[in-house]
Design a binder for this molecule. Sequence first.
Ligand code: KG4
Ligand code: ZN
Length: 332
Amino acid sequence: MLVLGIESSCDETGVALYHSERGLLAHRLHSQIAMHTEYGGVVPELASRDHIRRVLPLTESCLEEAGTALADVDAIAYTQGPGLAGALLVGASVANALGFALQKPVIGVHHLEGHLLSPLLAEPRPAFPFVALLVSGGHTQLMAVRGIGDYELLGETVDDAAGEAFDKSAKLLDLGYPGGPALSKLAEQGDPKRFKLPRPMLHSGDLEFSFSGLKTAVLNLVQQQSPLDDATRADICAAFQEAIVEVLTKKCLAALKQTGMQRLVIAGGVGANKQLRAGLDDAAAKRRYQVFYPPLALCTDNGAMIAYAGAMRLKYAQHDYSYGAKPRWALA
Ligand code: KG4
Ligand code: ZN
């Protein structure tokens, strides 16, 4: 079974070919970050137009790399939601047009299910059940995953997502957009102990998160320390990163304890963060938990996770054949 996957929910056009026996045959990504940088955030209309320009050339390039023809594709999976309505409609329209022309099934995939299953694209593959931490620019959720399509929401952020907190704090520190990776890089040179930032909801006794107060604490610190010299900027980055990593790590451990599960899967863009990985690895090793990450290239939005989730849905679970986009859509 050969599945073509198309991701266009936000500012990345991703296309991939996943074969159920041979694995990932090709994947291509075009990031629009450079285009949106001058506006300090994603401009939805520009995003949609760029997806239109990129999606077919990326598809052709994938087919070429895999040495296969469009006619060999057995199913087409696309991100049906959540995301930007116009951007989602591009993927939906292209997928459905190809499906109609080829007379092949078209599957609408939940973007977060793609992220959630992306660690299964690499070895070692986590076995079910596992706890998944989804940490991206739009979401921060803990899920109990018992099988394909069997997801239980354990807790989520009540305000900003972790990636959003990284990006907003980076903006306050003049680190550009999206500043998560830049903030994390600068944090490596900083002293995390010079400033003490809050650990929101660390002792709330549940699996909910809150990150907007942390961003406000960064704002206060920036105002207090202005004008910022390079060392202070790096120290604020280090303090921020330490706070967010501590909260994420402790809540993951609490979720493992609550569910009695032994395996933890990290998915979404913030999963690329080195200090988060080091913190989780360290905490898990002490308690004999196993932690799984997607390959770095598949941490952020991509077509491979959508092709894979589509293939899994076709094989093991129900799927949605309805046409269209679902800008707001809960996974569980
Ligand atoms: O999963 P993703 O590509 O898109 C969404 O669905 O949101 O995640 C993007 C988010 C952004 O907020 C970005 O700043 C953050 O992931 N991110 C990072 C790192 N790499 C990406 N945050 C912290 N450290 C990183 N190394
Ligand atoms: Zn994403």
